[in-house]
Design a protein around this ligand. Structure first.
Ligand SMILES: [Zn+2]
Length: 528
């Protein structure tokens, strides 16, 4: 070991670096209990201290690489920072729910998931899931102001907050994808030494050919074509289509059967359609159409001629005129445009109603209806599709975890599936309203039946309105006869089913709770 250290010191001296013995310590990464043979090591005559952990770029590396110390540190840190957030809000006062949610997801959570690609395997353990679940619970309670016994899973589904261990896996996948892009075209499985991660958090989509690439810069002065976005300005020119110019129209189409591009040449009179399979995005098909126009011009050796290519996609044209390119397809298209030293003009987006454009549109439709023979992902998978696939995977996992949970009968009936719109609507409510709505959804409202079961209420748990059944959340919201009129006014029916509540708007539910006149809906009331 001393020899190895000497080699490092020698190398540092050659490179003009200086290693300070006061700031250097040794961490043996080994499972061996006995580390006698490893030391003592000396640097510039000073004996180095032996530690059982070290910190590098914010990740604590312990000598056995079991990530226990790292996890403990981030959990302590998250609890401390969230305690500060708790100072800003109570059950009935303080920051609005959306602000607390923002603080949690944008300030607290990133500090927890930092470096997830390295230690994600720890998050798969049951004990870690429980510890991370506690932090998430703290956040859910602070956001909703719900009662103490409210189940975390129900609040997570209501607020559309993914489980923390899943967020860590998502982060690991995204980091893996970034490595995949950097390592292309070499096989990342072999090159990056990540077979274990690939086996566990990979996705079949990550292994397909990607369209995303490291940024390539094309500067304005290196471009031999020009992009005209102002169609009105172009239209006022006389003549609109110069005599000698070659004119091409491009269009694309996306249908259930697939995608496709069509190009139509007014001069020369040529038309092509290209089926592009199911994975291509609209943006890719538009760029592909322009690329194919170029290829046709190059093939036909049309040089030193004015060429006009029309496209109705503002996004495609803006990307082609911009300096930074992160897509292989766009880079290929720009290279093709540069190879042909002609003036390119691409007016947009008002080329509707022009006969040539309608021809191109027809060709594109034909292409999208034609099944693609050959590999589906010919254009490469764009980054947004990968992000979408990972998001869908997370949502599926979250939903499955929710369905597989034992118990929580009331929550499953009333909440149903996670819904982003409902979560957004909930966060717009005031603290007090959100607390009430969460109580109804999760079945943990201060109604007599619930209070009687959990302990604080020892009277008769009969419904205070009709006096016929036990006063439970489901009875009051769905079928209490005394509240039939209020229910009819809001939902249009005398009785409702729990699944109707799960799809009803938050506004309606709030209106119903208010019109029912529960004593606990009145602010600062502690009446049962
Ligand atoms: Zn009743």
């Amino acid at each position: 070991m001393q020899e190895a250290l000497n080699v490092v010191v020698k190398w540092a001296v050659i490179e003009g670096l200086n290693i300070s013995p006061h700031k250097t310590s040794i961490v043996p990464f080994t499972n061996r209990m006995n580390t006698d043979g490893l030391g003592p090591l000396t640097l510039y005559g000073k004996e180095l201290t032996m530690l059982d952990m070290g910190k590098y770029l914010g990740v604590t590396l312990d000598s056995k690489l079991n990530w226990n110390q790292h996890l403990q540190k981030i959990i302590n840190k998250a609890q401390t920072t969230f305690a500060v957030v708790r100072y800003t809000c109570g059950k009935k006062w303080g920051l609005r729910p959306n602000m607390v949610q923002w603080l949690y997801t944008r300030v607290n959570r990133p500090s927890i998931i930092h470096g997830a690609l390295v230690w994600w395997s720890k998050a798969m353990q049951k004990t870690t899931e429980t510890q991370l679940g506690r932090i998430q619970r703290m956040a859910c309670l602070a956001i909703t102001g719900a009662m103490k016994l409210t189940p975390t899973a129900a609040m997570e589904i209501l607020l559309n907050l993914t489980l923390l261990d899943m967020v860590i896996q998502v982060e690991a996948r995204m980091a893996l994808y970034r490595l995949h892009i950097l390592k292309q075209p070499a096989n990342p499985k072999a090159e990056a030494g990540l077979p274990y991660i690939w086996k566990n958090v990979s996705d079949p989509l990550l292994e397909m050919r990607v369209d995303h690439t490291t940024p390539v810069y094309y500067y304005y002065y290196s471009k031999v074509f020009s992009v005209i976005m102002d169609w009105d300005h172009w239209k006022s020119k006389d003549p609109v289509f110069p005599e000698e110019a070659l004119i091409w129209f491009t269009d694309s189409s996306k249908a259930n059967s697939g995608t496709g591009s069509g190009i139509f040449g007014l001069r020369p009179n040529r038309s092509f359609s290209f089926p592009l399979g199911k994975f291509a995005t609209v943006f890719q098909t538009k760029i592909y159409a322009i690329l194919q126009c170029e290829c046709e011009n190059i093939r036909r050796a049309y040089k030193k001629k004015q060429i006009l290519i029309f496209s109705d996609s503002q996004a495609a044209l803006k990307t082609l005129s911009g300096p930074k390119v992160t897509s292989r397809l766009v880079a290929e298209c720009l290279d093709a445009l540069s190879a042909l030293a002609s003036l390119m003009r691409l007016p947009s987006p008002g080329c509707r109603g022009i006969p040539g454009n309608e021809e191109a549109d027809k060709l594109a439709r034909q292409a999208s209806a034609t099944p693609l023979l050959g590999p589906q992902m010919g254009l490469g998978i764009p980054k947004c599709s990968i992000r979408e696939a990972i998001k869908n995977w997370t949502e599926m996992q979250h939903l499955r975890a929710w369905i597989d949970l034992p118990d929580l009968r009331h929550g499953k009936l009333f909440i149903g599936r996670p819904c982003k719109k409902r979560a957004d609507d909930l966060l717009k409510l005031s603290r007090h309203q959100l607390k009430m709505v969460t109580a109804i959804y999760t079945g943990h409202a201060p109604v007599r039946g619930h209070m009687y079961t959990t302990g604080p209420f020892d009277g008769d748990p009969i419904c205070r309105f009709c006096g016929m059944e036990t006063e439970k959340e489901q009875h009051i919201v769905c079928c209490c006869k005394t509240l039939a009129r209020q229910r009819y006014n809001v939902f249009g029916r005398v009785t409702v089913e729990p699944k109707d509540i799960s799809t009803a708007s938050i506004r309606d539910l709030c209106r119903f709770i208010r019109s029912a006149g529960f004593p606990w809906f009145v602010r600062h009331s502690h009446l049962i």
